[in-house]
Design a protein around this ligand. Structure first.
Ligand code: GPP
Ligand code: MG
Length: 284
């Protein structure tokens, strides 16, 4: 890919509608949390929250809740990055569906590696590149307006790739075919995702409400493993994070930045129709 124009990045009306959603997204649930320390995330949190944030002086309570939610979201990204093992400054990593870049900056800080992030939202790419300039890392951390199904990067160019809650926008077979092409032999793929439970049956009502809210298409758990196997990606770790993300949603439901999607997440997780899963796989 030599030029990135709207026409060759956004290939379908569906992709255009997803791009439009993210180009217009300015929700305090993401911006106020990002303002805490300048890492802007588009994913959820992991771990228990400090119950004391719900007590104490009322005038500072909401700020303390927001800071605590942000801490849990950063902990989630840390767990994702923990699964890359040793990454050196010479290695190149790809953040597929990078949002405003939070996880990419954490990876660069930790590994000193070269980072590429791709998003089909021009606003997110611009925001993330501004952040890279402000942080003085724009020579090493670059965000591109590109489609993760067809990135235009060279074959075998990346040591690791992740999706932090972005796989529900794409066909997994197409996605993993592209990642299989991009990863060097022995390269690592990691994703954290919400997927529905094959065992309880099809998409539950709560899962459908999540799909509708984000204009996404949550996949069944089984699809991940079929699509990985079809593309020479061999799982090494599969971790069910469901019980670890429920506290985040409970806290978020009590915060001033709740968006209304908290109940469907809590219902879906508690009824067992939906899992919060981490998958790590190696390219063979
Ligand atoms: C958005 O994060 C995440 C998604 C659109 C993926 C859906 C995730 C699943 C696990 C199904 P965000 O931080 O932008 O969302 P919000 O604005 O609700 O915080
Ligand atoms: Mg968020």
């Amino acid at each position: 890919m030599t030029t990135t124009t709207v026409a060759n990045v956004l290939r379908s009306d569906y992709q255009k509608s997803v791009a439009s959603y993210w180009n217009n997204e300015k929700d305090p649930v993401n911006l106020l949390l990002g303002d805490v320390d300048g890492l802007y995330h588009h994913h959820y949190g992991i771990g228990d929250y400090d119950r004391s944030v719900l007590e104490g002086p009322e005038d500072t309570r909401d700020d303390r809740i927001i800071t605590e939610m942000h801490r849990l979201e950063t902990a989630q990204a840390k767990i994702l990055l923990d699964h890359f093992g040793d990454i050196s400054p010479a290695d190149r990593l790809l953040d597929a569906g990078c949002g405003r870049g939070g996880t990419s900056f954490m990876a660069h800080q930790r590994f000193g590696c070269q980072m590429d992030g791709v998003s089909i939202s021009e606003q997110q790419v611009e925001f993330a590149n501004d952040q890279a300039r402000q942080r003085g890392v724009a020579d090493k951390v670059r965000f591109h307006f590109r489609n993760m199904l067809d990135t235009g990067f060279e074959t075998g160019s990346h040591r690791g790739i992740w999706n932090n809650e972005s796989t529900m926008y794409v066909d997994l077979f197409q996605l993993f075919a592209e990642f299989s092409r991009l990863l060097e032999y022995g390269g690592r793929y990691v994703c954290i995702t919400g997927c529905y439970n094959d065992v309880t049956g099809g998409r539950s009502k709560a899962v459908s409400r999540i799909d509708e809210h984000y204009i996404c298409n949550i996949h069944p758990r089984s699809d991940y493993f079929k699509a990985l196997a079809a593309n020479n990606l061999v799982p090494i770790d599969v971790i069910d994070l469901t019980s670890h993300t429920i506290p985040y949603w409970e806290l978020r439901a009590k915060s001033s930045v709740a968006t209304g999607i908290e109940d469907p997440f809590l219902t879906a997780y508690r009824e067992g129709s939906f899992h919060y899963l981490l998958i790590a796989a190696d390219r063979v």
